[in-house]
Design a protein around this ligand. Structure first.
Ligand code: ADP
Length: 601
């Protein structure tokens, strides 16, 4: 039974009142009634004896004993509850009845005596024994009857009350409760109780509130749809913009890199080096913008691949080393993990986070040391906490800015922005990526003494033996004969750039300006590798790849590398589904391409 329910509580209260009433009736009112009845009977008895005495007096004075007898016999016959009437002389001699008096027994026997006297002289003593038992018995039977009738009336009132409470209050409140539950499930049309009473007023207020919620929800839904469309449009715009910027960058960075590796005068090398570095800086900004748009649109997916944390740290430090050394900063690798340890996680995102933090440390440090400290210590449950600290001896961050710098577009202040440059996106991307990997990033800093950015992650350990990796470099790969490649791309510059890089890497490249031409060339001749652009007129790279894989031609098993300016996770997935083996984003990173080519048959 639910004692919180109004129905149960009201029933219990009414029952308790009834029980208390009955107990009070039995305990106080009945004994009082009994004693009142006894008093009345006694007083009646006294009156009767007085009248009888007065009636007997003349007979006693005139010594008419026969009349006395007759009177007393009549009285006995007339009052059946007078069980014994006796008359005795003052000296104790019995006048009536003639036979000796018997000893009477009973709970309710009352005896009253009265002397009959004339001018102070007692003539006789009249005694009456009355039995109140039958009267009281009758009265008690009546009480029991009244009690039961009372109980029935109380029960009827009880049920009537329960019914009314149920109908007027409980059921109607339950209707409001159900309507509230329905409202929580998005149903605004549940029936509500009506009426002028309190529950009716409650239902009316609820109805008003429900209408307001309906209106607000409709407005919020419309606003959400607008916001989602705007976000979608913004993401599309950013993706298109980054695609459009990447395409010309592909004509700048790889070509400049090739040029930098050719024979150049020192002054020419310096200028080409500036083009490469500026191109890469621009490419990093475009990547940041694309990451922000993907994170905002919830499109970023975290990959899980096998990697060595030691190699990851070495790679991240390698990327920033030359910039640091150029500034005269010392780079210290204090990362400590067992040499053979390998983890399962998104190594490229962790590398991106580390490079970002190291890049900031270098940017905001004029002199001193940049230390990458940390550890990966296996736990008994097979998980490995991965801890990194990027410590610099730079300008530091004021206390009031520490909480803001992880927000998008936040920088400590305008003067720092002017002095060091930057978009204010880096740390927000770091924070979002760490959140996506269920990790944490934090910072401690002292102005003028430096900052420490701390990363904490927990990854799974890999227990199977490592897969040997091919070395990568931008030196020509040593093949005994010329290897062949097919480049399928609608953009002339991209074809030229791809061809120049592949030639540098020891390949002979054939070119196709769209998917149709690419598929036809792939039917005629076997290639060692095919670089396939994704977006092309006539036939795109996905369909072209499917066709090459489906037909039983010479390139059904050839490695196909997707080459595109779109780097969203869903694009990578589409490429894999179409049958492509690898994915290379534009602008082409020659080292990455070399690594991919190293395992081509
Ligand atoms: P930005 O592109 O401006 O570097 P970030 O999001 O990477 O954007 O950093 C935000 C701000 O945090 C920076 O502008 C800088 O003021 C501060 N900051 C980040 N890292 C450091 C650091 N290692 N030392 C001092 N200040 C830093």
């Amino acid at each position: 039974m639910n004692f919180k329910s109004i129905r149960v509580r009201v029933t219990a209260a009414i029952l308790m009142c009834a029980v208390v009433g009955v107990v009070l009736f039995e305990a106080f009112w009945l004994p009082r009634l009994n004693s009142m009845l006894t008093e009345t009977q006694t007083s009646e008895l006294q009156k009767g004896i007085t009248i009888l005495s007065e009636g007997l007096l003349p007979y006693l004075v005139s010594n008419q004993i026969g009349a006395v007898y007759e009177t007393l016999q009549n009285v006995e016959a007339q009052y059946p509850d007078w069980v014994q009437v006796s008359l005795s002389r003052p000296d104790g001699g019995q006048l009536y009845p003639l036979e000796p008096l018997s000893e009477l027994q009973g709970d309710y026997l009352f005896t009253e005596s009265m002397a009959i006297s004339l001018r102070g002289e007692d003539l006789a003593v009249l005694s009456v024994v009355a039995d109140f038992g039958p009267q009281l018995q009758y009265f008690q039977n009546e009480q029991i009857r009244i009690f039961f009738i009372g109980m029935i009336i109380v029960a009827l009132i009880l049920f009537a009350n329960i019914y009314l409470v149920d109908r007027l209050i409980t059921r109607r409140i339950l209707m409001v409760t159900e309507a509230a539950d329905e409202l929580a499930d998005g149903n605004y049309d549940a029936v509500l109780p009506s009426g002028p009473d309190e529950v009716g007023l409650l239902a009316k207020s609820f109805c008003l509130m429900r209408d307001r919620i309906r209106d607000q929800t409709a407005k919020l839904d419309a606003a959400r749809v607008r916001a989602e469309l705007a976000l979608e449009a913004r993401s599309r715009f950013l993706a298109t913009m980054s695609h459009e910027i990447r395409t010309p960058l592909n004509g700048i960075i790889p070509v400049a890199e090739l040029l930098r590796h050719s024979k150049l005068e020192p002054s020419q090398f310096e200028k080409v080096d500036i083009i490469v570095k500026s191109g890469k800086a621009l490419s990093a900004i475009v990547n940041d913008i694309l990451d922000v748009s993907m994170l905002a649109g919830g499109k970023l997916t975290i990959q899980k691949v096998e990697f060595s944390p030691n190699e990851l740290v070495a790679e991240a430090l390698e990327v920033v080393r030359s910039t640091a050394e150029h500034k005269g900063l010392k780079i210290v690798n204090a990362f400590n993990a067992p040499a053979d340890i390998r983890l399962h996680g998104d190594n490229s995102r962790i590398r991106q986070v580390l490079i970002n933090l190291l890049g900031n440390a270098i940017k905001f440090t004029e002199s001193g040391t940049i230390t990458l400290k940390g550890f990966a210590k296996p736990k008994p449950n097979g998980h490995i906490p991965l801890h990194f600290e990027v410590i610099d001896t730079g300008i530091g961050i004021p206390d009031d800015a520490v909480s803001r710098i992880f927000e998008r577009f936040e920088q400590v202040d305008g003067s720092i922005e002017r002095r060091f440059g930057g978009t204010g996106l880096g740390l927000s991307i770091v924070k979002d990526l760490m959140d996506a990997m269920e990790g944490r990033v934090s910072v401690t800093s002292r102005i003028g003494q430096g900052s420490t950015f701390t990363l904490d992650l927990e990854l799974e350990a890999i227990t199977t033996p490592p897969v040997p990796k091919a070395e990568s470099g931008i030196e020509p790969l040593s093949y005994s004969d010329h290897r062949t490649a097919l480049i399928v791309d609608d953009n002339g510059i991209n074809r030229t750039v791809g061809s120049a890089i592949l030639t540098k890497l020891g390949y002979k490249a054939e070119l196709a300006e769209n998917g149709v031409v690419g598929v036809s060339k792939a039917q005629d001749k076997k290639f060692d590798v095919i670089l396939m652009d994704m977006h092309m007129p006539e036939m795109d790279g996905l369909i072209a790849t499917q066709k090459i894989r489906e037909t039983d031609g010479p390139n059904a098993q050839t490695k196909i590398i997707a080459l595109t300016a779109s780097v969203q996770a869903e694009d990578i997935e589409k490429c894999r589904t179409a049958g492509m083996d690898d994915f290379l984003s534009k602008p082409i990173n020659i080292k990455n391409l070399t690594t991919m080519l190293s395992d081509c048959s």
